[in-house]
Structures are given as C-alpha cells and as structure tokens.
Design a protein around this ligand. Structure first.
Ligand SMILES: CC(C)(COP(=O)(O)OP(=O)(O)OC[C@H]1O[C@@H](n2cnc3c(N)ncnc32)[C@H](O)[C@@H]1OP(=O)(O)O)[C@@H](O)C(=O)NCCC(=O)NCCS
Length: 189
C-alpha cells in the first residue's frame, strides 16, 4: 500500500536538499520551488520516487516505462534494485549508470558520466552521505565510499575510501585525508 502523502513528502524533501546545496542560507519555499522547476536532476529523482512506488504496487510494466523515460529524457540509467537517498544530485545527468543493488546515501552529488557498478559480478558499491563523485569517475565492486569524500574526475575506485578523503587516479588512491576540499559549487546549465 502506498501513502500518497509520503510520496509527496519525498518529492518535497528531495527538492529541499537540492535547494540547500545551492544556497548559503536556509532556502524558503520560492527557492525550493525554483529548484524543483529548473533542475534536471530533480526530475530524475521524481521519476525515481514514482518508480519506487510503482514497483511496490507491482504495477505491470509501470516501473520499466519510467526507467526508459529517465534514460530517453536524461541519458541516465538507474537499475531496479538501486537505493537512492534523499536529495541525491545529478548535476549533469548524461552518461550516468547506477546498477545492481548499489546504495547511494543522502545528498551524494554526481557530476556526470559516472558508473556505479560491479567490477566482475562481485557486488555493488555503497556510497555514504554527502560524497561528491567527480565527472567521469567510476566506482566498481563491493566497495564503501566514506561520508563526505570527494572522488576526483576520471578516478576509478576499486577499494574502500575512508570518510572525509579525496581520491584520484586509476586505481583511485587517497591524495588528501581529513576534511576533503569541496570543489566550487557546480550548478547544472
Ligand atoms: C580531486 C579534486 C577534487 C581536487 O582535490 P584537492 O584535494 O583540491 O586536490 P589537489 O588539487 O590539491 O590535488 C592533489 C593531487 O592530485 C592531483 N589531481 C587532482 N585531481 C586529479 C584528478 N582528477 N585525477 C588525477 N590526479 C588529480 C593533483 O595534480 C595533485 O597532484 P600532486 O600532489 O602530484 O601535485 C579535483 O581535481 C577534481 O577532480 N574535481 C572534480 C571536479 C568535477 O567533477 N567537475 C565537473 C564540472 S562539470
């Protein structure tokens, strides 16, 4: 059974988290509404919440139709078993693939063209809250990316990343620990 109010609340909470990421001060309803209207990443999340609802209701084909719509409209593929936290941000949606039973925490930011998947059919990543995944980065296998870490552009993560660290390269290695520097706020076009 689906509680429509819970679905509406999830829409609002997603927009609120995304608006907070764009504003220094606590956003009011106008900022939240603006984010909901203009951010492509928010539309992806709305489709995702609807998919989750339809999957729970076992509506035949409904989940698949919305998955295709996500891909056709935004160039993003999110597998059926994936868990997305609140306010996950797809700054650029193109080329993002998240597969299997990967778990993505709250407010994780994907900069675009990212893969979160298996390395050799050995399991899927867990990405903790507030991680930033740089453009082109891949996170592969049953690895855990610690909260607030930054994955550098084009890195390939094949082992666990400690919280609050910056990793770069192939395979990704820690280049900075304790208090990852946040790249300048990136806003979608
Ligand atoms: C990793 C990153 C966050 C910088 O983090 P930082 O903690 O400030 O790290 P620094 O810039 O001090 O670099 C540390 C070292 O890693 C190297 N490095 C930085 N980014 C790198 C990357 N993506 N790949 C490989 N090496 C990288 C630097 O050259 C430096 O090497 P050195 O110590 O030999 O000189 C940044 O370079 C990055 O990749 N950001 C992603 C931005 C993005 O996705 N933008 C999308 C816009 S649409």
């Amino acid at each position: 059974v689906i509680d429509p109010l819970a679905v509406l609340r999830s829409f609002y909470e997603d927009a609120l988290h995304l608006a907070r990421a764009e504003h220094e001060e606590e956003p009011g309803w106008r900022e939240v509404a603006r984010t909901a209207l203009v951010a492509d990443g928010y539309s992806v999340l709305v489709l995702q919440r609807l998919r989750e609802g339809l999957a729970r209701l076992h509506v035949p084909g409904g989940h698949r139709v919305l998955r295709r719509l996500q891909t056709v409209l935004y160039g993003i593929e999110i597998g059926k078993g994936v868990t997305l936290g609140r306010g996950v941000s797809f700054v650029h949606t193109l080329g993002i693939v998240i597969g299997g039973n990967a778990r993505v925490g709250d407010r994780v930011r994907f900069m675009g063209n990212n893969t979160v998947g298996t390395a050799r059919d050995n399991g899927y990543p867990v990405i903790e809250d507030d991680v930033l995944v740089g453009c082109g980065a891949r996170i592969l296998g049953p690895v855990r990316v610690g909260a607030r870490s930054v994955i550098g552009a084009n890195a390939v993560v094949l082992s666990d990343v400690p919280p609050d660290s910056v990793v770069t390269g192939i395979p990704a290695r820690v280049v900075r620990s304790q208090g990852a520097a946040r790249p300048a706020r990136a806003v979608a076009p």
